[in-house]
Design a protein around this ligand. Structure first.
Ligand code: FES
Ligand SMILES: [Fe+2]
Length: 325
């Protein structure tokens, strides 16, 4: 195996900001109404919590008064109010408004408030809107509840990877047909049966040959992309129904975290589900790690020299371009 040192992103991509879209900043289960969760994403320090009525909300972590990190020292969230640890100003957690300053009755201008980010919750993730131009959300994220239906689902596994691939090229990998056989040695190439733009992004449907010799045979799968930062894959397997919920969130200019959550529909046979889940997640992780051996060093070529058999790479690029300024 070859070994190369990390290569700075500026040598591999001309992008100076992240694309417009919804980014996962926390798992729903980790966000509560009595504790601020400090997180660092998209080169920003944020806190995430729930408002009094249970809505997930993200705000800038720094107090507008004098810049204390709200979740430092004894900063607290209680009864819908955030108290800054430094001079104990209190803020409404839902609106960001200053509610109380313990040492003065002279009001501060209404513009002095917490910086709230548009926040949503979908498929077990807390998402914030990012637009380099500061615009409001232009679409809502995809939610897979209609696909999941009423049955019981089990969150079987969660895996995260830190990667250094140019952000533009991460999802392009899915449409790079030739690497599926050449890098991954996959037994069968799935066939795209539809490729349809949606309000939230893109829906792509695939059929596969269940007799191709894969360990977990499937008839096909449906992929839904919200912008280019969220992806769900719904699998119609021979002995199982599965759903991957995958997010891609930049930490800063150099690093992106990919998190994949595998859900399996409860078919009553835990032993079988466990066997299938294990085989499925092992194959998935193996392929991600294979990809990263190449993606983490690659450059985004604006004019790649493609040939027959490369797959709908340019079709994906045309779709992805709308999320960049
Ligand atoms: S810095 Fe937050 S109250 Fe002063
Ligand atoms: Fe791949």
């Amino acid at each position: 195996m070859n070994a190369i040192s990390p290569i700075p992103m500026r040598h591999r991509s001309a992008d100076t900001d992240f694309p417009r879209g919804w980014y996962c900043i926390a798992e729903s289960e980790n966000v509560s109404a009595d504790k601020m969760l400090p997180v660092s994403w998209l080169g920003q320090e944020l806190i995430v919590y729930r408002t009094k009525d249970g809505k997930a909300q993200a705000t800038d972590a720094y107090c507008p008064h004098l810049g204390a990190h709200l979740a430092s020292h004894d900063g607290k969230l209680c009864e819908g109010r955030i108290t800054c640890p430094f001079h104990k100003w209190e803020f409404d957690s839902a609106t960001g408004k200053v509610e109380h300053i313990p040492y003065t009755d002279v009001p501060v201008p209404a513009s002095v408030r917490l910086t709230l980010h548009p926040t949503r919750e979908s498929d077990g993730m807390v998402l914030i809107w990012h637009d380099p131009a500061g615009g409001k959300p232009t679409f809502e994220p995809f939610d897979s509840s209609a696909l999941r239906g009423d049955g019981e689902w089990i969150r079987y596994a969660v895996h995260s990877w830190e990667m250094t691939c140019p952000f533009r090229d991460i999802l392009e990998n899915i449409f790079d047909t030739a690497h599926v056989t050449q890098l991954h040695n996959a037994a069968a190439l799935p066939e795209i049966t539809s490729f349809e733009p949606q309000d939230y992004g893109l829906r792509v449907q695939y059929t596969t040959d269940p007799d191709a010799g894969e360990a977990t045979p499937i008839r096909g799968f449906e992929m839904n992309l919200s912008g280019i930062s969220l992806l769900t894959q719904y699998y119609d397997g021979i002995h199982f129904t599965g759903l991957f919920v995958i997010s891609f969130t930049p930490v800063d200019e150099e690093r992106v975290v990919q998190t994949a959550r595998l859900y399996l529909k409860d078919n009553g046979n835990r032993e079988m589900m466990d066997q299938i889940g294990r085989a499925f997640i092992d194959r998935f992780c193996f392929e991600v790690e294979q990809d990263l051996k190449v993606l983490d060093y690659k450059k985004h070529l604006t004019q790649p020299r493609l040939c027959a058999g490369d797959g709908p790479i340019m079709k994906f690029r045309n779709y992805a371009a709308q999320f960049y300024a």
